[in-house]
Ligand binder design. Sequence first.
Ligand code: PLP
Length: 487
Amino acid sequence: MKEKNEYGDMPIEELRKYGNESFDWLAEYFGNIDDYPVLPRVQPGDIAARLPNDPPLEGEDMGAILEDFRKIIVPGVTHWNHPAFMSYFSITGSGPGIIGETLCAGLNVNAMLWKTCPSSTELEQVVMEWLRKLIGLPEDFWGLTYDTASVSTMHALAAARERVPGLDARQKGLGASGVKLRVYISDQTHSSVEKSAIILGIGLDGVRKIPTDSEFRMDAGLLEAAIKEDLSDGWKPFCVVATVGTTSTTSVDPVDRIADICRANSLWLHVDAAYGGMGFVLPELEWTRKGCEKADSLVTNPHKWLFTPQEFSALFCRNQDLLKQSFSLIPEYLKTEQDQVALNYMDYGIQLGRRMRALKMWFILRYFGVKGIQSRIRRVIQWAGEIAGRIDSHPEFERIAPVPFSTICFRAVPGNLRGAGIEDLDRFNQQLIKAVNDSGKGYLSHTKLNGKLVIRMALGNIRTEERHLDQVWEELVRGMERLKAEL
Ligand code: PLP
């Protein structure tokens, strides 16, 4: 093999050898994924303690580096790829996605301008059109990618702020006008909207949380009343964020009704469909999209439920020009001869540089096809219904929320704790989650609903098989029996 050049990169033969070795390792990893504990058996500081304090003075052998990856890094990995990972939202780094991500890293383009990578810019435009059609949004929604839903939502809110008449926050900042902007969310909305308010100068005081109903959906009547009240109290309502698939319970806000309230009050409607948006691919879930066609912007995250490796969020915006108006700033050195005829993505957001993120999505959409995507999403939804049925018919579990998609919220109510206080039941459920997670055979997370600790079981990984559902269910039942005996 060629000697390493003091001034150059890894020799090509080494790239081939270790690249092949890395893919071989990945193939083995996925082939034996069941043998890994879902959660790593490490304590805080364990991994860092095994790494040197200083970088090596002399370059090291790639073989030794990969060996340490296997020995030190992998044991501290939480295996989101594990088919029994049912925490937060269950995701998939699918084969075509991994290949696309690898090639994207290899090409290493910076598609800030059309000219700096025509293929990246045009592929993103085509793929976002495919995605728009896949989820059934109207033709006048224009899409682009960011890394995360948090960042997509921040951009949508910036565009909403730009539309407020007479504000000109882009030029003058918010201080100049003295206007007190108000954005409406529900008590179940993801915290990313509040973070957007922090960064956009709206402030947390400018975020009003509307209570939800018994199924954790925004109460549209209370939204209407809150807008009225705020108007008479000197606030400037400008935006409502509705959610399709809330983080805790995957509830679907009454978007249609909220859209009408927004229209009547000239408010921007942003829909956070980060998780639920992928459900739009199924005709039987069309009801969850109702009203989204009236939104000004909508975010959905293929990196959640479309088998796409992190990070891939899709923002669709009705008013492409407004997004550009909010962010475009063109220094001399970024001007090109194609500026009048081609799209430069740097104009549509805070970041200048962009990777060829659309490549992995293109691979995924082509490899699975619309029908393949539908059947995979449909299957986990059916399984979620089946698990919900098991919970409903078990005398010592209770379901806490409806299951419109593939996430089940429930908790244990053991016979010998009937009539016990909330704290005792919360502690029992916390211990039950720990029992499942410590087993290495599953990973569940929790949330709080109406003050009660609730177990969340989220399905979505396309490597999950029925036996993994049974495996996690068995751990739940076994954990419950053991904990009951210890009470
Ligand atoms: N919106 C909803 C409904 C979510 O559930 C989440 C994360 O789970 C987010 C937004 C934030 O997503 P991201 O991690 O892509 O910023």
